[in-house]
Design a protein around this ligand. Structure first.
Ligand code: HEM
Length: 403
């Protein structure tokens, strides 16, 4: 039986590594029909694309896999946003959008939120520590990052669940094939989130505070707040929130999964917690949360010997580069003791992740809590682990653990 195009894409997304391997071995670049793009998977080629933003535009970086139905689009029309954001812009506009984020996620701001992040990590583990078992994604990994980015942005904790939920629904709407009624329901959740964010934008415009929502408002206007600026600010904030929590949720889930699949390394980490920073880097490298983003050529260019016309789409696989044996010896082995080598899990260059330190700190806190309090942790034997089919937030759907 013929399989639907989306099934083939799902298959690739659940296990993209053989495709990266073939692409790295190919002469020049390999075209992948499922992705409808040239796959860039060698470390040197990925670095080259990221260092040439003038030739490889980010305009299509978040190209959706699915176009929502007219009815779902009509619902979205009642919301806010839909404006270019930091990941999808180039040049001067990109720099303007990025500036408040770099300030808002500076080392000093990250250090300032750490006590709260540590307190939340401990409190979440408290909720299940005596239970002998947990589904880690819903009880922990989907919660800590939302609380932390919510704090940085300045959200009231009561609004965090709806904002996190809206982020998940926005991803589903654009990347999963949903029934019409589900699309409409997802669009309604997204719009509800956008109205919450708009409320913050207006409140911070009226009364500035020391938070990132205020910085974002200040970056779109110095005077009156127009309707267009509200749309811009909501789009900006929504993008930041999604970039901040879905990715980190994925990194936490995937890293815990691989540590427990490699029991000796988990035990080593429990015995020698000084190795946690190295385990964070290996988790980020080995099964990168953000597998890759698209770019589009702005003029005819040659990459890895392949001539591309203007307007060609490439998929820049950070995760493919992170498995390149030319940079990482024994790349397919998960090994927290490997010699550190700069990976590309957080990108590079003008679009490089401004939240990388925040993400790393949350995984570090998580591993400190879990190794110290639940060293007997293991994967539940009767629950197979299924990876979500996605290139942007790679993680298990659910992660059942026992101890
Ligand atoms: C495991 C967690 C994370 C991973 C793997 C990750 C990865 C990345 C990567 C690879 C890029 C580069 C995209 C590109 O080149 O087009 C990026 C950009 C970005 N990340 Fe992260 N990120 C993570 C966490 C965070 C957090 C916690 C935040 C915010 C608090 C954040 C905010 C952003 C933003 C705003 C951009 C766009 C920057 C730009 O276009 O100039 N990320 N991230």
């Amino acid at each position: 039986m013929d399989r639907e195009p989306h099934d083939l894409l799902d298959e690739l997304q659940r296990d993209p590594y053989p495709h990266y391997d073939r692409a790295r071995r190919a002469q020049g670049l390999m075209y992948v029909p499922e992705l409808d793009a040239w796959l860039v998977a060698r470390d040197t080629d990925v670095r080259e694309v990221l260092r040439r933003p003038g030739d490889f535009s980010s305009a299509n970086s978040l190209r959706p896999d699915v176009l929502p139905s007219p009815a779902a689009l009509a619902v979205l029309g009642g919301g806010f946003g839909g404006r270019p954001v930091v990941v999808t812009t180039d040049g001067t506009r990109h720099q303007q959008l990025r500036a408040p984020l770099v300030r808002g996620l500076s080392p000093a701001r990250v250090a300032a939120v750490l006590p709260y992040a540590a307190e939340r990590a401990a409190a979440l583990v408290d909720t299940f520590a005596d239970d002998g078992g947990v589904e880690l994604m819903s009880a922990y990994a989907q919660r800590l990052p939302g609380d932390v980015i919510g704090r940085i942005v300045g959200l009231d904790p009561v609004d965090v669940p709806a904002v996190v939920h809206g982020g998940h629904r926005a991803e589903e709407l654009l990347f999963r094939p949903l029934e019409e009624s589900e699309q409409i329901a997802a669009a309604e959740d997204v719009v509800a989130m956008q109205h919450i964010l708009d409320r913050y934008i207006r409140a911070r415009h009226a009364q500035p505070r020391q938070d990132l929502a205020t910085d974002i408002v200040a970056s779109v206007t110095e005077g009156e707040l127009t309707l267009e600026q509200r749309h811009e600010a909501v789009a900006h904030l929504q993008n930041l929130l999604i970039a901040g929590h879905l990715t980190t949720t994925a990194l936490i889930g995937t890293t815990v999964l691989h540590l427990l699949r490699h029991r000796a390394q988990w035990e080593l980490l429990c015995a020698e917690p000084d190795r946690i920073p190295a385990a964070v880097e290996e988790g980020a490298r080995y099964d990168s949360a953000l597998q890759g983003f698209y770019r589009v050529t702005t003029r005819p260019v040659t990459l890895a010997g392949t001539e591309l016309p203007a307007g060609a789409t490439v998929f820049v696989a950070f995760a493919g580069a992170n498995r390149d044996p030319a940079r990482h010896p024994r790349p397919d082995e998960f090994d927290i003791t490997r010699a550190p080598e700069r990976h590309l899990a957080f990108g590079l260059g003008v679009h490089g992740c401004p939240g990388a330190q925040l993400a790393r700190e949350q995984l570090r806190l998580t591993l400190e809590e879990l190794t110290r309090r639940l060293p007997g942790l293991g994967l539940a034997a009767d629950q197979p682990v299924i990876m979500r089919p996605t290139m942007i937030h790679r993680s298990p759907y659910r992660l059942y653990l026992t101890w």
